[in-house]
Write a protein that binds this ligand. Structure first.
Ligand code: GLY
Length: 372
């Protein structure tokens, strides 16, 4: 089973291929997209251990000459230091401007490699082969690339669309349950933003996704990618609509910053807590029925995702996280304009919208609740 979705973007449209055997055919699919049969695969230690041999075999079969760069796994790889090392390696490998590089991994690899591609010799092409659920449903599509800095997550980066996305759900077979669940939070996000029927479907089928059922995974990935492709083609550079995809992210990024972007709080876990907070805020503002917020929390709890700060397995969550410091992180958000943060809130499940009209005291109150 293989399907294709197109992200329509004038002169840089591209396809997302979704299936469960794509890795074995990746060389044949990618070869026509290369100006010469030469590329560099950039991946991390975990993916290299579990999935790299399949990709390398398919490249050899398609007579593509390649080098492989293996980076440390984890969020701390999205740094200036790793970016610099990667760019220097690409220069030493004499990659040329018409070449394309391959981001083979999760969100960290996709963001870092995409950013490196956007600045290497003023920009070369890249292909995403996402290997985590989070990357497959969100970060590999849409061209957001970047690295973290002490001031905040993804504050340094660029919009640089991939040339092609190859999503093989069989790469999730070797993903840890924790990472699969973290990606599941982003899947739920699409239901909460604009597709109540999808949220209802997830309430029934969520367990099959976490059990790694390929058919259910493909259906979920396709639904998310269709939604994302639609939003990105209407608002590539996030002047409005695309901001909805940040549901739960302003709260979530504050938590990630407080945990020092360590692996004790994965991005998807932060988003799960953040989405609960966004709906709690919407209820507090009298915009959303309490039952909807409760339904979301119950579903995420059932799936074993964290829904409160106290459930984060990080010593800092219990000792030093304060409402003030969490709130201050929201002020460093990229979504700020004229000093006001653009929060994603909702009037119901599937009816999210953007609002700058948020009382800071309400936000602080939501942090206080989530810390309890
Ligand atoms: N992850 C949100 C976006 O791509 O816009």
């Amino acid at each position: 089973m293989r399907q294709k979705i197109t992200v329509n973007l004038n002169n840089h449209s591209y396809d997302i291929h979704v299936g469960h055997d794509l890795l074995d055919h990746a060389g044949d699919i990618i070869a026509p997209h290369l100006k010469r049969p030469r590329t560099v695969i950039i991946t991390d230690e975990n993916v290299a251990q579990h999935q790299l041999p399949r990709l390398e075999k398919s490249f050899k079969k398609a007579a593509i000459d390649f080098d492989t760069i293996i980076l440390p796994a984890g969020e701390s790889t999205k740094s200036f230091a790793e970016l610099e090392k990667l760019l220097e390696k690409l220069l030493r490998l004499r990659l040329e401007r018409q070449d394309k590089i391959i981001a083979f991994g999760g969100g960290v690899i996709g963001d870092l490699v995409g950013f490196a591609a956007s600045i290497y010799q003023r920009g070369i092409g890249f292909i995403q082969i996402p290997t985590t659920l989070l990357a497959q449903v969100d970060s590999s599509v849409g061209g957001k690339t970047g690295i973290n800095s002490p001031q905040g997550k993804n504050l340094i980066g660029s919009f640089h669309q991939p040339h092609l996305v190859l999503t093989d759900v069989s790469t999730l077979d070797t993903l840890s349950k924790r990472h699969l669940l973290a990606g599941y939070a982003e899947v739920v996000k699409y239901g909460l933003i604009g597709d109540k029927a999808f949220f209802d479907w997830l309430e029934i089928n969520g367990d099959k996704i976490i059990a790694g059922d390929h058919t259910t995974l493909i259906e979920a990935v396709l639904t998310c990618c269709r939604a994302k492709a639609d939003v990105v083609s209407k608002d590539e550079k996030e002047t409005g609509l695309r901001g909805l995809l940040n549901l739960g992210h302003t709260f979530g990024h504050a938590l990630e910053a407080e945990c020092g972007y360590s692996d004790s709080l994965l991005h998807g876990e932060a988003v799960a807590i953040g989405m609960v907070m966004a709906f709690d805020l919407s209820v507090k503002m009298g915009l959303c029925p309490k039952e909807d917020a409760l339904k979301i929390k119950q579903h995420l709890d059932k799936m074993m995702l964290p829904t409160r700060i106290s459930k984060i397995n990080h010593p800092i969550s219990k000792i030093t996280m304060s409402v003030e410091s969490l709130f201050n992180h929201t002020l460093h958000d990229k979504k700020i304009s004229n000093g006001r943060v653009n929060f994603v809130i909702a009037s119901a499940i599937g009816k999210a919208f953007l609002s700058k009209d948020i009382n800071p005291d309400d936000v602080k109150e939501i942090f206080t609740q989530a810390l309890a």
